[in-house]
Design a protein around this ligand. Sequence first.
Ligand SMILES: Nc1nc2c(ncn2[C@@H]2O[C@H](COP(=O)(O)OP(=O)(O)OP(=O)(O)O)[C@@H](O)[C@H]2O)c(=O)[nH]1
Ligand SMILES: [Mg+2]
Length: 393
Amino acid sequence: MKIRRYMAKNTQEAILKVKMDLGSEALILNTKKVKKKGFLGLFSKPMIEVLAAVDEYDEQKRERDMSKAPERQSYNNSEDKTNFVEKEEKIANLENKITNIEEMLQKLYSQVKTDDNTANDQNKEGNDRQSSRTAEIFFNNLIKNEVDADIARKLIDAASARTGGKAGVNDMAAQLSGIISGLLGRPDTIKTGTEGKPTVVIFVGPTGVGKTTTLAKIAANYLLNQKKTIGLITADTYRIAAVEQLKTYAEILGIPVCVAYTPAEIKEAVSLHSDKDLVLIDTAGRSHKNKAQFEELKALISASEADEIYLVLSATTSIRNCSEILKSYSFLKDYKLIFTKTDEAPVLGIILNVRYMTGKSLSYITTGQSVPDDIETANIEKITKNLIGSYTR
Ligand SMILES: Nc1nc2c(ncn2[C@@H]2O[C@H](COP(=O)(O)OP(=O)(O)OP(=O)(O)O)[C@@H](O)[C@H]2O)c(=O)[nH]1
Ligand SMILES: [Mg+2]
């Protein structure tokens, strides 16, 4: 047992001291009021003296605990302190890192945005470039196919506008095909059997384009395939050979042929064939440079009271020649277009050019010398493909 004495101002303070020193196990042995000794003691307040005892074992244990406790305490304190500082640092670091990350994200975001815009711009540029490259390819094809440059440019512009920046070759081809076939229109061929009277058809055009041959092909087809009754008239009295040529075809086909030298004779010949389904009139080829011949032709056409007029043009005609020819036939109110010798023509641009320039309907296309086989109703799809394609015929 260990005894200790404690002095305090009051009992509570004394007990607190005891407990703090000896622990809660301490045994209070005695409490008494005491006055300080000497002169000063006379005027001072009495103090409380406490005698406390503690078991040595408890004391040692307590000291052990105490010796550990302060250590632990101080350790804990310092650790807490360190931890706190560390934590503070960590938080600061984290905050820095977060700020950095935020900055990085912001940079990345604006970078991505810029990249995105750039990519969009680049895509757009790429598309535009691609689009104009594609347009150029098709433009060149049209030019190679002898489509008039102005017409080709208009077609390409229209197709590009329709593709709306989409640059695909297929897109462009599809749009261009649509535009070209729309421009070529539906072919319009001879209509027979109207109102119980013959359909009178007259063929005009430059020399040697194949008028007589084409007439023979049509006659044969209407006779053999459509079982129509046919009458022929030749107004080509410039050459004996021309009359003979038509007579030969007429003989082969077993159909009647009349020769007309004047407009009056034409009228008469037409009335001679009034029982037929179809009357076909051949004319002499006219040079577009010979104005007098055209006056004659006008008179013939007028006298024939033709229901349908066909301007026969060779597909091998040059653009320049072609526009001069068209001018010389501009006196015709209405007519349809036949293109011959497409088998000899390297390209078919003329068909589109003439159709564009005149607005007249396409009808037949001839594809060789053979009568009656080498003729067909203009195949718009085939012509369109030929015009768009880069392959040579
Ligand atoms: N390759 C080819 N030759 C053709 C075609 N059509 C006509 N011909 C040939 O062209 C030449 C002239 O044919 P015609 O029918 O006499 O021509 P035309 O327009 O009547 O001639 P004219 O009466 O003299 O003005 C002949 O040798 C025909 O065989 C065709 O589609 N292809
Ligand atoms: Mg002829």
